[in-house]
Design a protein around this ligand. Structure first.
Ligand code: DX5
Ligand code: ZN
Length: 224
């Protein structure tokens, strides 16, 4: 669980891909600690983005914590490659894993942090048996595939329910929210229990990044 009110993990999907190393450097200079990588395969989601070689090339250029969100089918076939490329955290989708426990165990065995993403319609009950294995749960607050979509309002209740579930079970897992996060909903999300906010368009479209980080911190305020 992060000590500060929340961590902002900028989604590189909205960054300038032609200057990725510069973008990562600018994030670090601005005081960000995490970078969120959206990996899409054109099957699990309709969009295609990037794979392990991109991450490996950038790993050599950046000390940021690489938070890798795999929106791909058969993630079990690729987790080794992503960890080898330099992922600090690997997040797979519950909907894409037939042998979920095995995939999560493999991520941990490889030495990366282990996270599970849930699409908006996926109930929290999929976490019942695997919650103790997880460092983080990612609540998708849009249907995955594209940046710039609107936040789905029921995600707020889902975060609060998950927070309660984590407390009741005495687990140490953190909560990340991804999709349509902006200055207007940041405070509600943190108050509901989110520890890590992912932001793509609402972050990268508003440089300079140090100021945007401050604006997010001010907008979210502290936990009650
Ligand atoms: C959506 C991705 C998100 C996306 C968020 O499928 O997982 O990380 O980049 O972008 P915004 O913040 O613009 O909704
Ligand atoms: Zn994402």
């Amino acid at each position: 669980m992060p000590a500060e009110p929340f961590i902002l993990s900028p989604s590189l999907l909205s960054s300038d891909f032609s200057r990725l190393a510069d973008e990562l450097h600018a994030l670090e200079q601005a005081g960000l600690r995490w970078a969120h990588w959206d990996v899409m395969d054109g099957h699990f989601v309709p969009n295609i983005t990037l794979g392990p070689p991109f991450i490996a090339a950038c790993r050599r250029q950046s000390g940021l914590f690489f938070d890798v969100h795999l929106m791909i089918d058969h993630p079990d076939r690729y987790v080794d490659e992503f960890v080898l490329a330099g992922a600090d955290l690997v997040c797979v989708h519950a909907e894409a894993c037939v042998h979920l426990e095995r995939t999560l165990s493999r991520i941990r065995e490889l030495g990366a942090e282990c996270a599970l993403a849930l699409n908006p319609h996926t109930p929290l009950s999929v976490l019942d048996y695997v919650l103790p294995q997880l460092d983080m749960v990612l609540i998708m607050s849009v249907n995955p595939g594209f940046g710039g979509q609107s936040f789905i309002p029921f995600s707020l209740d889902k975060i609060a329910d998950l927070k309660q579930m984590i407390t009741d079970r005495g687990c140490r897992c953190s909560i990340q929210v991804d999709g349509g996060v902006n200055l207007d909903n940041a405070q509600k999300l943190v108050r509901a229990g989110a520890d890590i906010l992912v932001s793509g368009s609402a972050f990268f479209k508003h440089p300079p990044y140090a100021q945007r980080l401050r604006e997010f911190l001010e907008a979210a305020g502290s936990r009650p």
